[in-house]
Design a protein around this ligand. Structure first.
Ligand code: NAD
Ligand code: AHE
Ligand code: ZN
Length: 369
């Protein structure tokens, strides 16, 4: 079949809106009509050329929601008409990682996913006979896409696609980092670096679990009002702090934060986030994704004296199990997604969504087909 898609043809160039060929689902695969997709900073990271796994030409997008149109042989858990959210972190429930119960990082298809192909080593997308690659196993910047059955969460049919698509990455990553990875307790003090599409969900998660102090750090002063609405108790603009940021934050949190979250992808900020965590027990969670060749540094003494440096992918969530529950939380009014979706754009304006993010004018732009 043919499908409309936004193709990343080369690093740093706008997406090219094209009609490409899409082969139907093979064994264990599912054809999905994508109804809506968010634009996450990770899409921009890969499009910019900073992603060591970036492949061109590819169809980016990993924050979608849609409907099952067709299933391949031996697909048992999904059928035509089911509403689904694609999962860049699948959940096979059979691999060593899934069975360990220690991580959400299912490895069943990770190797081929990183190479931009389906588990059988081929791409379902092509253009003029040449392959166009998948991205994060999801490629939601295509109106129709093919995914392995284990990379789809079945969700309730009354959930609005243009809202719950955000659960496919940003919402789950932010809330999950608080609940699953950091395991923040009521009364905790926390610092969130970066108040964008991920950081504001961390703030929202911190409020949900009853954190007492939620400090937000961002260079963009326009982030303040929305962050306060989501539960931020103190705003810090590093550009306005006299002297070093770390001692300032340590004093503000009365000795260091119990939990800190880096939601930017800046290795210097990752160091600040670790070093303003409380001596003896502070945990610092890396969420931001840093470009090829970048490394983090700190004095080992920071760790010797009890700070813990850790990271999270997809908020530690097991997608097929956890995503339908998070959709329920939204539908029950426990989560605010609506206020974070600042722009809804038709597919033809997808590049405007990237521009809004680069200029710091959006939290989440959602593209509808
Ligand atoms: P975003 O662009 O919406 O937000 C980034 C925020 O950081 C902006 O508000 C910006 O003003 C702020 N910022 C930039 N530089 C800063 C600095 N030096 N100090 C303080 N604030 C600064 O991006 P997003 O969609 O929220 O994504 C954030 C990061 O999380 C990205 O690196 C993205 O790739 C990553 N991410 C990781 C996961 C994961 O599973 N680990 C999931 C989703 C996104
Ligand atoms: N490909 C990059 C790393 C990109 C990355 O860390 N991706 C996160 C999700 S970001 C979603 O917005 C992730 O899930 N990582 C775990 C994994 O297995 O990819 C690189 O540096 O090579
Ligand atoms: Zn993302």
């Amino acid at each position: 079949m043919k499908t409309r898609a936004a193709v990343a043809r080369k690093a740093g160039a706008p997406l090219s809106l094209e009609t490409v060929e899409l082969e139907g689902p093979r064994e264990g695969e599912v054809l999905v009509e994508v109804k809506a997709t968010g634009i996450c900073h990770t899409d921009e990271f890969t499009l910019s050329g900073a992603d060591p796994e970036g492949i061109f030409p590819a169809i980016l997008g990993h924050e979608g929601a849609g409907v099952v149109v067709d299933v391949g042989r031996n697909v048992t858990t999904l059928k035509k008409g089911d509403h689904v959210i694609p999962l860049y972190t699948p959940e096979c429930r059979q691999c060593e990682y899934c069975l360990s119960r220690k991580t959400n990082l299912c490895v069943a298809i990770r190797a081929t996913q990183g190479k931009g192909v389906m588990p059988d080593g081929t791409s379902r997308f092509s253009s003029d006979g040449a392959p166009v690659y998948h991205y994060m196993g999801t490629s939601t910047f295509s109106n129709f896409t093919v995914l392995p059955e284990i990379a789809l969460a079945k969700i309730r049919a009354d959930a609005p696609f243009e809202k719950v698509c955000y659960i496919g990455c940003g919402v789950t990553t932010g809330i999950g980092a608080v609940i699953n990875t950091a395991k923040v307790e009521a009364g905790a003090r926390a610092v969130v670096f970066g108040l964008g599409g991920i950081g504001l969900n961390v703030v929202q998660g911190l409020r949900m679990v009853g954190a007492e102090q939620i400090v937000g750090v961002d260079l963009n002063p326009n982030r303040r009002a929305l962050a306060e609405k989501f539960g931020m108790t103190h705003f810090v603009n590093p550009a306005e702090v006299q002297g070093d940021l770390v001692p300032y934050l340590v004093e503000l949190t009365k000795g260091g934060a119990d939990y800190t979250f880096e939601c930017i992808g800046n290795v210097k900020v990752m160091r600040q986030a670790l070093e303003c965590a409380h001596r003896g027990w502070g945990k610092s969670i890396v969420i931001g994704v840093a470009g090829a060749g970048q490394e983090i540094a700190t004095r080992p003494f920071q760790l010797v004296t009890g700070r813990v440096w850790m990271g999270t992918a997809f908020g530690g969530a097991r997608g097929r199990t956890d995503v339908p529950r998070i959709v329920d939380w939204y539908m029950e009014g426990k989560l605010n997604i609506d206020d974070l979706i600042t722009h809804v754009l038709p597919f033809e304006k997808i590049n405007e969504g990237f521009d809004l993010m680069r200029r710091g004018e959006s939290i989440r732009s959602v593209v509808v087909y």
